[in-house]
Design a protein around this ligand. Structure first.
Ligand code: NAD
Length: 264
């Protein structure tokens, strides 16, 4: 029997899920329902991927999905993650920045624990969460300290209209921000999903470091995650010209969940 997916947010990344359905890349799944701020976007997506446009969470969950995928906004995760998990439905968010709020993350964890549903944190635009989790486990087992952080190179244009922007970033490669992931989130709430995700996989947003370097003329993002403990060094680097890899990370996760072979 096919597993049912529902989607919140039918924009750029939501359309990648629809593209995968259309191309037959998710044969183990059917689209149950989709919702978006504009109903027409949800209707258009359902015409491609199947399912029905829903108006609000109750209607979305009424379509009996096994998984709810979020490709909408941090606010959406804040509002909906606990009710979805409490309803026993697994949740796959991309706006992971919401979980910089540790209280929310703990509420989501407990809801999943109580209902038996799962909160999946996809690798999105970065990667290596499997080996980061193993390094964190080894640090715990051996009573050692794990040091972890993320360093990002990006064009200055993507930092315009943020508190870290200054005109000099346009002309010369410069460090635009250096601090903890928690501090990065406070300054750049909409731009740090990957920083929060890697910090949750390692040492938490308070202890994980974040650096952003503005590189004039740079197109896309290059993220380098490092985690170290004595005897182990993990470095995971992902360059992406645009955010499409984040949408495909959900498709890849769904395929892995349905496959007889799982790469961890
Ligand atoms: N984890 C990662 O690596 C990663 C990478 C890129 C983007 N993201 C995040 O993914 C999310 C989606 O990105 P996108 O590029 O597809 O954005 P987008 O703007 O193209 O699409 C978002 C869609 O969600 C809808 N939406 C917003 N708030 C909603 C709400 N409360 N209820 C229902 N629908 C709502 C919008 O109308 C829009 O159609 C963003 O939050 C972005 O920060 C995560």
């Amino acid at each position: 029997m096919k597993r049912r997916i529902a989607l919140i947010g039918c924009g750029y990344l939501g359309e990648i899920i629809a593209e995968a359905m259309e191309k037959g890349l998710l044969p183990g799944y059917e689209m149950a329902a989709a919702m978006s701020r504009r109903r027409e976007s949800a209707e258009a997506l359902c015409r491609r991927a199947g399912g029905a446009a829903a108006e609000g969470l109750a209607e979305l969950l009424g379509a009996k999905p096994d998984f709810v995928i979020e490709t909408a906004s941090v606010e959406t995760v804040r509002e909906y993650c606990v009710p979805i998990l409490e309803a026993g439905i697994s949740f796959i968010p991309l706006s992971i920045g919401a979980f910089a709020d540790r209280a929310l993350y703990e509420r989501a964890r407990s809801a999943a624990e109580r209902s038996g549903a799962k909160l999946y944190i996809p690798h999105g635009a970065v990667g290596g969460f499997d080996v980061l989790r193993t390094a964190a486990l080894m640090a715990e087992a051996e009573g050692r300290t794990l040091r972890a952080g993320i360093s990002t190179r990006k064009g200055p244009a993507s930092l315009r209209n943020t508190p870290v922007y200054r005109p000099e970033l346009e002309t010369e490669e410069q460090l635009a921000f250096s601090g903890s992931c928690k501090e990065a989130i406070a300054l750049l709430p909409a731009k740090v999903n990957v920083a929060v995700a890697q910090s949750l996989a390692t040492v938490g947003p308070e202890r994980a470091s974040a650096r952003i370097t503005a590189v004039p003329g740079f197109v896309g993002d290059e993220h380098t995650i490092t985690a170290e403990l004595p005897g182990i060094r993990v470095v995971s680097q992902v360059y992406s010209e645009n955010a499409a890899i984040a949408g495909w990370s959900i498709v890849s996760l769904l395929r892995d969940l349905h496959s007889p072979v799982s790469f961890f």
